[in-house]
Design a binder for this molecule. Sequence first.
Ligand code: NAP
Length: 282
Amino acid sequence: MPAQIMDGTAVAESLLDATAAGALDFEARAGRSPRLATVLVGDDPASHTYVRMKRTRCARVGIESRSIELPAHTTTAELVAEINVLSDDPTVDGILLQHPVPAHVDERAAFEAISPAKDVDGVTMHSFAAMSFAERGFHSCTPGGILRLLDAYEVDLAGAHAVVVGRSPILGKPVGMLLLGRDATLTYCHSRTTDLAGQVRQADIVIAAVGKPELIRGDWIKPGAVVIDAGYNPGNVGDVDHTGASERARLITPVPGGVGPMTIAVLLEQTLQAAEASHHPA
Ligand code: NAP
């Protein structure tokens, strides 16, 4: 029997609806909408598209967005100064610095300038530590979205063997930490892993987070496994051979319409949470 498709668009819509209701309620109490500042450096067309999509979704749920666009020659010091201003601005609830920044900029320094209370994209070391220690805090949005999708389809994580392929700071590493926090048994794979096929074959849950079209072959998938394909490659192709994997998996995400919509939905949910926390500090 072919795998059931995990409909990220539908799950994200219900999350967006809940955020829209929460934003309306916040506005009634606070006298203003929650506000997200988006920071974009340079003129990478894909990054412009991503930021535009996020701003459109903000409008859809009643979150105000403030767009800061900086030229490609912006220095690390200039970017850090800009983010410091936003971190100190009481009218800004969340800050999103679009990744990647131009190569000459120290991205980590720029991320760390984001106040932890406004790190709604979950990119700071503070947020990573919170995810690793299973403490309260903001999730990296794609990992957070993946967990929400697994929960929406009632995937039992405790004791499941999860194999995460990829270990980037915004995706692979944090999704592994979140799964570990939910009692999955975890294996990380990366570019130096030997016998990737053998590792994936043991997985009850596969998280593909590489950025290489169809690297993960259908016949590597254990029958009945859950396959989350976070990869997004040119031509709407994921990191998993979707057709082959669908013949063996129990549940699988489509590309597009799986992980992508969940990422933005979590970003906006966390922006609302940041606004609530600043209005009623704990
Ligand atoms: P990244 O920073 O380039 O990291 C890629 C990871 O894959 C690295 O850890 C790398 O290992 C590993 N890798 C590379 N080649 C490999 C191989 N042959 N075998 C096993 N592992 C290999 O990428 P990223 O930012 O995490 O993004 C990964 C993918 O997710 C991309 O397609 C991106 O577009 C997509 N993405 C989607 C969303 C969304 O919202 N849907 C959000 C973010 C990213 P090393 O560490 O050893 O180099």
